[in-house]
Design a protein. Structure first.
Length: 631
């Protein structure tokens, strides 16, 4: 067909479809957008494309929404107009959902420029707001500036809703700058504004952010309560993106690596969330790539704490692959950190240092104090364990300088990152032989409530010769770890307790503790297939909980025959031949009382009550023929 014929045909088709859908034209918006665009009907094409885009967003179909936004922008340009800021922001948000950072940034900057050129301060606020959200994944300083600028515009406009939304973003920026206590008042002010306005969506988003602030401040019980409320609000709003995020973070408010720098807290339903991977499934269903990377990262964190290393490795690697694909630096940092922590748990120090170095470098580029501390603490520990004490000290000094102590920043107001910093400092003190310093860094109250702290304090006390105190601290820490699903840590307490027993020459108790540790540790890696990690772990396990010495031939025989010595086995064989104790004594050339002791020992070791049982057992074991050959 000629071009004019095609145009006419598209125009006729559009008219026919619109007539046939009279009263319900929105059912055919996507088809109408296509035909009116091809017909050059630019105002109609723009109108239908925008309606189709909104419908696609409502049903969580971002790729289809983007196609329609592209059509709406093109129709606007063809009509001789510049796309308005709101349209550019809408298209940019869709790019962001799909993980296309450069395109999203270009749209948001173009929207900002257009809004300022038009003197439209509401649209200026909107563009600054989304830029502050976008850049949080790449540069916290830049994100913070956009967020502060948006708050200034909102206050100048005097719009309470915009002020509240900006307060939330500035508050969240403070949280990620390792100052959650400064962020919490911003969120509380925003919540009051939204509640006065009966803005349900604003309330839901603010409760979610307030929960994150308390989580980062180490107040997990408050965070759990707030996240549970946000889940109810997001569910009522059918906000699946908010729901996926809240479900993911709710998991790690319970026992997890991320919260292991402080006391663990139970979260009802956490096990079900881990088993179902519901947050990840929702993020995947709505096409939210960044959310999928984040939820997989949170899963890995919780699973690694529980010692489910094979599944944790899978989730962390999947998170990293998505984060790299969409160039999301924050979740790249988190995934590399998680893979480094797992390698550290499994004694693969070169792999741990390599991963954590990458995470720490990304955290510095982000400018996020929180991530710098969260990546730097395990990196310092990995360097301590590889005997690079100067390197560890340099990292810890850098982290300590990042947050200047506020007048009211006490131990009770320690953040998650601050808790990790103290644990790393205590480990360095132990490696340097500063045992008193390590004990001083971790109070008895902290050791009683935090398993990781208990392990370090117990080791320091043992080194100071205070074995009884060390054992009590470790026993308490082990019980807390087990109660909160800390499979990754529980076996280490058995190994450490065994070391204390060994130092005090209680070899039998030491052996029992080491055997318990080895059994539990082996179960943790039963389904891990990574050869390098397995090899490193087995070597590390041997160092922490030494295997039993190789048996002599006599010890092997005793183990095979219920613990009976050779002479006790000879006596059992002769019993099977029907001989009395006197006859056995003559056959073996020993006293009758000695035979009686052999028989009593055999009964006890085999847990029998009669000589007849011994006779049957000896025959089954083939001992009768063996003793005939020797006698």
């Amino acid at each position: 067909l000629l071009a004019r014929e095609r145009v006419a045909l598209h125009r006729a088709i559009a008219a026919a479809i619109e007539q046939s859908h009279a009263g319900a034209a929105h059912d055919a918006d996507d088809v109408l957008a296509y035909h009116t665009f091809e017909a050059g009907m630019w105002p109609e094409a723009r109108r239908f494309a925008l309606r189709a885009a909104q419908h696609a967003l409502d049903v969580s179909a971002p790729r289809e929404a983007l196609q329609q936004f592209e059509r709406a922008v093109a129709a606007t340009v063809q009509a001789g107009r510049q796309p308005e800021p709101a349209l550019l922001v809408a298209r940019g948000r869709t790019h962001e959902t799909l993980g296309a950072f450069p395109q999203a940034n270009d749209d948001f900057l173009a929207a900002l420029e257009a809004a300022r050129a038009d003197g439209d301060r509401h649209e200026e606020w909107s563009a600054l707001h989304v830029l502050g959200m976008l850049w949080a994944a790449r540069d916290y300083e830049r994100a913070g500036q956009y967020r502060r600028d948006a708050l200034d515009v909102a206050r100048a406009l005097g719009d309470p809703s915009l002020v509240a939304r900006s307060l939330n973003r500035v508050g969240n920026w403070s949280v990620n700058r390792e100052d959650p206590h400064a962020g919490i008042p911003h969120h509380e002010e925003a919540l009051a504004i939204f509640e006065r306005a009966a803005d349900r969506r604003g309330v839901a988003e603010t409760v979610d952010l307030l929960a994150m602030a308390h989580h980062m401040a180490g107040a997990q019980e408050t965070a759990i309560r707030l996240y549970e409320r946000s889940l109810e609000l997001f569910t009522a709003l059918d906000d699946r993106r908010g729901l996926a995020n809240a479900l993911a973070v709710l998991m790690i408010c319970g026992p997890s690596h991320q919260t292991s720098g402080g006391p663990p807290h139970e979260c009802a339903g956490a096990d079900a969330l881990l088993a179902s991977e519901r947050a990840t499934k929702i993020a995947h269903e709505i096409g939210w790539r960044a959310g999928e990377a984040f939820s997989r990262l949170m899963l890995a964190d919780c699973l690694a704490w529980r010692g489910e290393y094979a599944r944790a490795l899978r989730c962390a690697r999947e998170s990293l692959a998505i984060a790299e694909e969409i160039e999301h630096l924050e979740w790249q940092c988190g995934a590399q950190r998680m893979l480094g922590i797992i390698a550290l748990d499994l004694f693969d120090l070169p792999e741990a240092i390599a991963r954590l170095d990458v995470a720490h470098d990304i955290a510095r580029r982000l400018g996020s104090t929180n991530w710098i501390r969260m990546s730097g603490a395990p990196l310092a520990i990995a360097r301590v364990r590889s005997r690079d004490l100067p390197g560890a000290a340099a990292i810890l000094d850098e982290m300590d300088r990042l947050v200047a102590p506020a007048p009211d920043r006490t131990r009770s107001r320690r953040t998650i990152g601050g808790g990790f910093l103290v644990l790393a400092q205590a480990e360095l003190a132990l490696a340097r032989g500063d045992l008193d310093g390590a004990v001083a860094m971790i109070t008895s109250d902290e050791a009683a409530s935090t398993p990781r702290a208990a392990l370090l304090r117990g080791a320091a006390l043992a080194g100071l010769g205070r074995g009884e105190e060390a054992m009590a601290v470790m026993a308490s820490g082990r019980e807390t770890a087990l109660r909160h699903g800390g499979g990754s840590l529980a076996w280490r307490f058995d190994a450490a307790i065994g070391a204390v027993h060994l130092a005090e020459r209680r070899r039998l108790e030491a052996r029992r503790a080491f055997d318990a540790a080895r059994s539990a540790a082996a179960a943790l890696v039963a389904d891990v297939t990574d050869v390098a990690l397995l090899t490193a772990f087995r070597a590390g396990m041997d160092d922490e909980a030494p295997p039993p010495p190789e048996r002599t031939a006599g010890q092997a025989a005793r183990a095979e025959f219920g613990g009976l010595t050779r002479r006790e086995r000879d006596a059992a064989a002769l019993i099977a031949q029907g001989k009395s104790n006197r006859a056995i004594a003559r056959a073996l050339g020993i006293g009758e009382r000695t035979v009686e002791s052999y028989v009593a020992a055999a009964l006890a070791k085999l847990e029998f009550t009669s000589r007849a049982q011994i006779a049957v057992w000896a025959a089954e074991q083939g001992l009768v023929e063996a003793v005939r050959e020797r006698h």
